[in-house]
Ligand binder design. Structure first.
Ligand code: CP
Length: 361
C-alpha cells in the first residue's frame, strides 16, 4: 500500500470530500406545480431514439419532469423494468453514457448485456452491423449503441426490430446527452419548462465549439431550438467562420432564432448566462481538441451567475479551478443523466404504467 494510504487518522482520505459550491439544483422545483404527463411520454413507446430533432418541447419538458421525480424518490422497490433486457453496445470508448445507461437499467430492475468494447464482438472479424443487429433481436428488448461511424445506426436498423437508442454516432448526434443537458438547465431554471411568459428573462446562450463536427454540441444546439422563445440569442464562439454544416444552418434558419458566430471569447463571455463547451471535434477517424484560446478557468470574465455545461470528458479547456464554483453545472449535468435515461427507458420500453402514482406536492 502506498505510504499516503496507510491507516492514519490524520489522512484526509478517511472521510469522503465535502460538497463544494458547485451548482446542484433541486429536482423538486421541476415537478412541484405539475407532475409529468405520462400520456405525452407514452408516444415514445417502441420508438428509436436517433436525433435531437425527433423531440418536441413538450416531450423534453415531460421527460425532464419524470427524471426529476425519479431523482427524488426511491424507485428500486417498484422494479418497473422487471423482465426487460437492454444491450449496451459500445464500439467507441465511454465513461458516462454506457455506465449511466447501465446504472439506469439496474436501478429500474431490468437486466443488462454489456458490450463495453465493440472489438470483443464479431465486428473484430469483419461482421457487419446489419448481422449484429439481427442477432440482438433475439437477445434483448432495446439496444443502446455508440459507434465511431455516423451511419452506424442506419446500418444496425436495417435488421434491428427492437428500439435503438443512439448513444453517439461519430460526428452525427448524441440525443440523450442533449436530454441530460436540458435536464440540468430545466432544474437550474424551471421556468424554461413552461411556455414563455411576460416577466421571464430570455437567456444569452453561448456555445464554445463547432456544432458541425462535435456531436454533443450539435444535439444540444438542435434541442435548444425547441426552447427558442426563452433564448435571446445564441452566440457560437468558434475558430471556424462556418462551424455549423448545412443541416444545422437550415434548422437554425427555420427556428427563427437570433444567432451570431464569432471568434472573440473575451468580448462575449461577460454577457452569457449559459456557456456550453466540448473538448473534441470529430475529423473522420481522428479528433481535434478545442483551440487553447477557448479555455475557461476561475479567472475567466464570466457573468457572476453564469453556468457552464460540458458533456465531458474534458481536456484542459475546462480548468478544475471552476469545479468548486457556482459556475459548475457540468457535474449536475453528468449526474442527472442517470435519471433522464431512466425516464427515457421507461417510456421507450412501455413501462410507464409500472411507476408509483405521481402526485404534485
Ligand atoms: N458525455 C459523454 O458522452 O461522455 P462519455 O464519452 O464518457 O460517454
Amino acid at each position: 500500500m502506498p505510504e499516503d494510504f496507510e491507516p492514519n487518522p490524520a489522512t484526509p482520505y478517511l472521510t469522503p470530500p465535502r460538497d463544494s459550491d458547485a451548482t446542484r439544483p433541486e429536482p423538486r422545483n421541476l415537478f412541484q406545480s405539475s407532475p409529468p404527463d405520462l400520456k405525452v411520454l407514452a408516444q415514445l413507446s417502441g420508438q428509436n431514439v436517433l436525433y435531437a430533432r425527433q423531440f418536441s418541447f413538450e416531450l423534453v419538458a415531460e421527460l425532464c419532469k419524470l427524471a426529476a421525480v425519479l431523482e427524488q424518490i426511491e424507485i428500486w422497490p417498484y422494479h418497473p423494468l422487471d423482465g426487460k433486457i437492454v444491450t449496451t453496445a459500445f464500439f467507441e470508448a465511454s465513461t458516462r453514457t454506457r455506465t449511466s445507461f447501465e446504472s439506469a437499467v439496474h436501478r429500474l430492475g431490468g437486466k443488462v448485456i454489456s458490450i463495453p468494447d465493440g472489438s470483443i464482438t464479431g465486428a473484430k472479424k469483419g461482421e457487419s452491423l446489419q448481422d449484429i443487429g439481427e442477432m440482438f433481436n433475439a437477445y434483448c428488448d432495446c439496444v443502446v449503441m455508440r459507434h465511431t461511424d455516423t451511419d452506424a445506426p442506419k446500418r444496425m436498423l436495417e435488421n434491428l426490430r427492437v428500439p435503438l437508442i443512439n448513444a453517439g454516432n461519430g460526428s452525427g448526434e448524441h440525443p440523450t446527452q442533449a436530454l441530460a443537458d436540458w435536464y440540468a438547465l430545466l432544474k437550474w431554471n424551471p421556468r424554461l419548462a413552461a411556455p414563455f411568459e411576460t416577466g421571464d428573462r430570455r437567456l444569452e446562450l453561448g456555445i464554445l465549439g463547432t456544432p458541425g463536427s462535435m456531436r454533443a454540441v450539435k444535439s444540444f444546439l438542435l434541442m435548444s431550438l425547441l426552447f427558442s422563445e426563452h433564448i435571446a440569442k445564441v452566440t457560437v464562439i468558434s475558430e471556424m467562420a462556418d462551424p455549423f454544416g448545412k443541416d444545422v444552418i437550415d434548422a437554425l434558419n427555420r427556428a427563427d432564432i437570433d444567432y451570431e458566430v464569432t471568434n472573440d471569447i473575451r468580448e462575449n463571455l461577460p454577457r452569457l448566462d449559459v456557456i456550453y463547451m466540448n473538448s473534441i471535434a470529430f475529423l473522420g477517424d481522428s479528433y481535434k481538441a478545442l483551440d487553447s484560446r477557448y479555455k475557461l478557468d476561475s479567472d475567466s470574465p464570466l457573468k457572476e451567475d453564469a453556468v457552464i455545461l460540458h458533456p465531458l470528458a474534458r481536456l484542459d479547456e475546462l480548468d478544475t479551478s471552476l469545479d468548486k464554483t457556482p459556475h459548475n453545472l457540468y457535474f449536475s449535468q453528468a449526474h442527472g443523466a442517470v435519471f433522464v435515461r431512466q425516464a427515457l427507458l421507461l417510456a421507450v420500453l412501455g413501462r410507464l404504467d409500472r411507476l408509483p402514482e405521481l402526485k404534485s406536492s
